[in-house]
Design a protein around this ligand. Sequence first.
Ligand SMILES: NC(=O)c1ccc[n+]([C@@H]2O[C@H](COP(=O)([O-])OP(=O)(O)OC[C@H]3O[C@@H](n4cnc5c(N)ncnc54)[C@H](O)[C@@H]3O)[C@@H](O)[C@H]2O)c1
Length: 324
Amino acid sequence: MAKRILITGGAGFIGNNVARHLTANGYTVIALDDLSLGRASNLPADILLQTGDVADECVWDAVPDVDSVIHLAGPSSTPMFSSDLIGSFHSKIIGFLRMLEFARRKECRRIIYASSALVYGNAPIPLREEGPLDISNFYATAKYCLESIAHTYSLKYGMDIIGVRLMSIYGLREDHKKELANLVSQFIWDIERGRKPTVYGNGTQTRDFTNVQDVARAFQLILEHSQPLGSMILNVGTGKAVSLNDLIGVLSELMGVSVQPSYIPNPSGENYNRRQVASLERITQILGYRPSVSLQDGINEILTFRRQGSNSDKDNSDDRRVIV
Ligand SMILES: NC(=O)c1ccc[n+]([C@@H]2O[C@H](COP(=O)([O-])OP(=O)(O)OC[C@H]3O[C@@H](n4cnc5c(N)ncnc54)[C@H](O)[C@@H]3O)[C@@H](O)[C@H]2O)c1
């Protein structure tokens, strides 16, 4: 029988792409999402979507038995914490604990949860899981709390709970995130509208832009690893630093326009993330993970997808199975 995986935040950007990837690889996926940001139309009709807040205890009674959980639900960026600090922590921490309790009750084999490269802040690069952290905002604080809870929970109950420190993830179907979407998407949207992309500072800051397909592959490798993993932290990235100026250069070439960004003084001050590139040593050694999508190929895929007008709508079916 196909392995059943619960993806919380499954109607969101990473969730819908991981759900599609796992379904295509023989898994049965159930998505749980409160649709506060994600969209039901991000998911194809054959993926069961249960709507509900992960922090709400009753919601978990309706979730069917699953083998493993991928936990992505919750506020997905720093500005959300600024606009609702208490609500964001409630959703992140209580939602995480409720998920863990569910997984323990159901004797789930493995849990993967999204941490973030932001826990590294401006730590020396390449960013190493065992290296220093530099936590300078509430979003990163919340992610670090999850890592700490996961560690204690795994020790106490002997469960495999793997935190993935995701770098800067881009790819298809993140329109719902609007101004909170990855810079790759935002710059594409700006250029399509004839607007200048806004760049903080002089554009030399770097990001490890990682295609969401590579995230999905990394998750599958974690799910299928035959040995116990305990409480583990793994970077997921490409190991390549790309400056925003270089990104603008790639977009200019692929979109056939000469893009002149609008450089503005950085409003975030000292806490701004100036550099980001993951060490992939650990994930390569343990899982054999290697990124496979180049930035050029990933951007071309988005451009083709948008030209075809398939943006989120193609799989939007009225007969999709939704449990409310
Ligand atoms: N996209 C990135 O570059 C990136 C980088 C590092 C970490 N992450 C983490 O990965 C996860 C997924 O991010 P994403 O980019 O797909 O963002 P997203 O906002 O598209 O996905 C999050 C999903 O969770 C849902 N959600 C929010 N609160 C919920 C709740 N209380 N109960 C149920 N569902 C809820 C939203 O509706 C949304 O569909 C997040 O935890 C984010 O912090 C993302």
